[in-house]
Write a protein that binds this ligand. Structure first.
Ligand SMILES: NC(=O)c1ccc[n+]([C@@H]2O[C@H](COP(=O)([O-])OP(=O)(O)OC[C@H]3O[C@@H](n4cnc5c(N)ncnc54)[C@H](O)[C@@H]3O)[C@@H](O)[C@H]2O)c1
Length: 331
C-alpha cells in the first residue's frame, strides 16, 4: 500500500477533531493509501492528543497508518507530504495580561509560530510537500511560512474554500439549484471580510451566475455581506467558530489538488501572487486555481474582471499589503 505522511497542527482543537477522521478514513487520499498522521500541539495540550489517537484507533479505518503526537514541529515535519496548519493564536486571547484584539498584534504573535513552522517544513518536509494554512490570519501566516520554508518546490496555500462553499450555498438557495451545478466559484484576495466572491465568473452550465440571478442589489449587498460576514455570524450563533465546515473545506482543498480540474471549473485557495490579474507579486492571494493533468497547481488565466470587481480586488489587495507591512520585520 502507498503511504503518505500528513502533519496537522492544532490537532486537539475543534477543526482538528472534525478533520482527522476524514483524513484517515480513505475519503481524502483514497482507499489504497495508508495515512500516517503527525499530530502537533503546543506542549500544554499535547497530552490531550492521547484521547484523539485512541478515538482514531477505535474508528477501525483500514487506511490509518501510524499516528504520533508531537510538540516539536521540526521532529513532526520529517518527510511530510502534506501539512495542514490549523493551530494558531485566536483573536481575543489574553497573553501576559494583554488581550490580543488588534490584527497587527495577532499577526506578530502568529508570525513567530509560522516562522518556525515554515523553517521546519522547508528543511524536513518532502521536497514537493503541499501546505494548507487554515489558522488565521491565514493568508499572511502562509506568506510567513512560505518565506521561511525557502523551498520553491513546495506549494503553500491559504484556505479560502470555506468562503467559496458559503458563496455556493447562498447561490443554491437563491436560484433553487443543487450545489453541484455551480462551477468556478472564485474567492479573490484575503480570507477576511474584504474577500471578493465573484458571481460574474461563477457559472451554471456555462452561464454566468450573476446573469442568472439578475438582481444586482442582492448580489452587491445581501450576498456579499452574508458571505463576507458568515464567519462572524457562525461565532455569534454557535459561540464558537466554524469547525465542521472548515474541516470539510480543508478536505475539499486537498482533494482538489489530487485530480485534474474540469474545464469551466476551478478550486479556490490563496497562493503566492505571480502578478496575474495585476495583483502585486509577493502576497498570498485568493485566485481561481486548477490542477493540471500532471498534478501541477496553476492560476487560471484570462477571466474577465469588470470595473466593480476591480474595485473590490483593490480593497482586499490593500489589506494584504498592510498585513505584509505589519510583519515586515519577520520576513
Ligand atoms: N481559513 C478558514 O476558512 C478558517 C475557518 C475557520 C477557522 N479558521 C481558523 O482556524 C484556526 C483553528 O480553529 P479551531 O476552531 O480549531 O481553534 P481551536 O482553538 O479549537 O484549536 C486551535 C488549536 O491550535 C493549537 N495551537 C495553537 N498554537 C499552536 C502551535 N503553535 N502549534 C500547534 N498547535 C497550536 C491550540 O492549542 C488549539 O488546540 C483559528 O485560527 C481559526 O480562526 C480558519
Amino acid at each position: 500500500m502507498k503511504e503518505i505522511n500528513v502533519l496537522v497542527t492544532g490537532a486537539a482543537g475543534q477543526i482538528g477533531y472534525a478533520l482527522l477522521p476524514r483524513l484517515a478514513s480513505g475519503e481524502t487520499f483514497g482507499s489504497d493509501v495508508l495515512v500516517n498522521l503527525r499530530l502537533v500541539e503546543i506542549p500544554q495540550v499535547v497530552e490531550k492528543l492521547t484521547g484523539t489517537i485512541m478515538e482514531l484507533e477505535d474508528c477501525g479505518f483500514n487506511t490509518l497508518g501510524k499516528v504520533e503526537a508531537f510538540s516539536d514541529i521540526y521532529e513532526a515535519s520529517k518527510d511530510v507530504d502534506w501539512a495542514l496548519l490549523v493551530g494558531s493564536i485566536p483573536r481575543g486571547i489574553t497573553i501576559n495580561g494583554k488581550k490580543i484584539e488588534e490584527r497587527g498584534d495577532l499577526l506578530k504573535i502568529n508570525g513567530g509560530i509560522f516562522t518556525d513552522q515554515g523553517k521546519a517544513i522547508g528543511e524536513n518536509g518532502k521536497k514537493d510537500a503541499k501546505i494548507l494554512v487554515v489558522g488565521n490570519p491565514a493568508n499572511t501566516n502562509a506568506l510567513i511560512g512560505m518565506i521561511h520554508a525557502n523551498n520553491s518546490n513546495q506549494t503553500w496555500m491559504a484556505m479560502t474554500a470555506l468562503d467559496a462553499n458559503r458563496a455556493k450555498a447562498q447561490v443554491a438557495i437563491k436560484l433553487n439549484v443543487a450545489i453541484s451545478e455551480i462551477n468556478q466559484m472564485i474567492i479573490w484576495g484575503n480570507h477576511s471580510p474584504t474577500m471578493y466572491p465573484d458571481l460574474e465568473n461563477a457559472n451554471i452550465n456555462g452561464k454566468s451566475v450573476a446573469s442568472l440571478i439578475n438582481d444586482n442589489d442582492w448580489i452587491k449587498n445581501d450576498f456579499l455581506e452574508t458571505v463576507q460576514q458568515r464567519g462572524k455570524a457562525i461565532i455569534d450563533a454557535r459561540g464558537a467558530s466554524s469547525a465542521a465546515s472548515a474541516a470539510n473545506a480543508a478536505i475539499e482543498t486537498v482533494k482538489a489538488t489530487l485530480s485534474p480540474t474540469e474545464d469551466g471549473d476551478c478550486f479556490s485557495a490563496a497562493v503566492i501572487s505571480d502578478g496575474s490579474y495585476d495583483i502585486p507579486k509577493g502576497i498570498i492571494y485568493g485566485f481561481p486555481l486548477k490542477t493540471t493533468t500532471d498534478g501541477k497547481i496553476q492560476i487560471i488565466q484570462g477571466l474577465e474582471i469588470n470595473s466593480y470587481a476591480k474595485e473590490k480586488l483593490e480593497i482586499t489587495t490593500k489589506e494584504l499589503l498592510e498585513e505584509k507591512e505589519a510583519i515586515s520585520e519577520i520576513i
